[in-house]
Design a protein around this ligand. Structure first.
Ligand SMILES: *Cc1c(COP(=O)(O)O)cnc(C)c1O
Ligand code: SF4
Length: 348
């Protein structure tokens, strides 16, 4: 140990958090209740007042929703801010574009019981809720029939029973919507029930809440993950490096420092992250936070999202540049969901 000579002391690998205090159990529910739901309010908070914003008709079913934490990471005055563009409803969403349909993934075919999708070997996906803390305009789940999914824990029993019957399943993915919209108490009940199914080994959480509502990363939830017999894996969803700052970075560090394997998936989005500089910086930031870039998804061709599409040709060129500029472990897999294929199909 070198002492007395400050210049020989290596800088800490992990910088001290801005915010070391544990979020209180119910902080996130208040943040969610206070999320911005009105486009006019969002734009005026960003000092963007010169435009007249016409919300698309589809935003009646899938309205604007953005928590304050995410809003505070946007650049005031910039209508093209990459975080703003992910959440601001635009009139172009109403345009019908050939090839962009309501159930692009034909997921209905793989619904084993209400709330259970079994598409890939060894893994099954539980849709725990249709709710999210943010409404991403490119979302492939915007037309999903969530109202048909179970609501109370008892309603899940058919899904749990189906998992119990199929010994080939080793991993359950909790998805939605966003599974972290459920309270820690309800999640604990789900985890306990899944732990009782002997052939299950891993529990994977697909959630965007660490990014958009960072105070959702409570110690209670981290305890639930790290005390379970099921190995936890968390897949977060950030598309741009500017999402990974401040309270979000602090929350992600709580997660990775708890020893939870954490991965990121992003969607390749026109005008948001379709540049090598942005994607390189996204990977660099993720690695700094202890998170592995996992997938870069080609946009699913869902009605209302055509204006976000980047051609696979452009995507492939970006991937070449990522490979030239990043260590191999920081390069995500560029993939596409193809109906009827039992894995995410690599595009490059
Ligand atoms: C994407 C997906 C999975 C997980 O696939 P991985 O390649 O293991 O990440 C599982 N089930 C469904 C229905 C999916 O869409
Ligand atoms: S958080 Fe995920 S599921 Fe929810 S709207 Fe965004 S992309 Fe869709």
């Amino acid at each position: 140990m070198v002492s007395g000579n400050v210049s020989l002391v290596a800088p800490p690998l992990i910088e001290p958090f801005d915010d070391v205090s544990a979020p209180l159990r119910d902080d996130w529910r208040r943040s969610l209740a206070e999320a911005v739901r009105d486009p006019g309010e969002l734009l005026s908070r960003l000092g963007i007042t010169a435009i007249s914003h016409q919300p698309p008709a589809v935003s009646r079913q899938f309205p604007l929703l953005v928590p304050d934490s995410f809003l505070r990471r946007m650049q005031p005055g910039d209508l093209n801010d990459p975080l703003l563009r992910q959440v601001l409803p635009l009139a172009t969403e109403d345009e019908a574009v050939p090839g962009f349909t309501a159930d692009a993934l034909e997921e209905a075919t793989f619904r084993k019981t209400p709330g259970l999708l079994h598409k890939y070997a060894g893994r099954a996906l539980l849709v725990l809720t249709g709710a999210c803390a943010v409404h991403c305009r490119y979302c492939f789940r915007r037309h999903y029939p969530y109202s048909q999914e179970p609501k109370r824990l008892d309603d899940w029993e058919p899904a749990f029973a189906a998992l119990e019957q199929d010994e080939s399943i080793h991993e359950v993915l909790l998805s939605g919507g966003d599974p972290l919209m459920l309270t820690d108490e309800r999640l604990a009940a789900v985890v306990r029930r899944l732990e009782s199914i002997k052939h299950l080994r891993r529990l994977r959480w697909h959630t965007r809440l660490p990014i958009v509502l960072p105070n959702r990363i409570t110690w209670e939830w981290l305890d639930l993950l790290t005390s379970s017999r099921l190995t936890p894996i968390v897949v977060v969803h950030a598309n741009h490096p500017r999402e990974l700052v401040g309270d979000c970075a602090a929350a992600l560090r709580r997660l990775t420092q708890a020893g939870v394997l954490t991965l990121n998936q992003a969607v390749l989005l026109r005008g948001i992250n379709d540049s090598a500089d942005v994607l390189v910086e996204l990977s660099e930031r993720l690695i700094e936070l202890g998170i592995r870039p996992y997938y870069l998804h080609q946009l699913d061709r869902v009605a209302g999202t055509a204006h976000f599409e980047v051609s696979a040709e452009v995507g492939r060129r970006l991937m070449v540049e990522l490979r030239e500029r990043l260590p191999g472990y920081a390069v995500p897999q560029y993939v596409q969901e193809v109906p009827g294929v039992a894995f995410k199909v690599p595009l490059a």
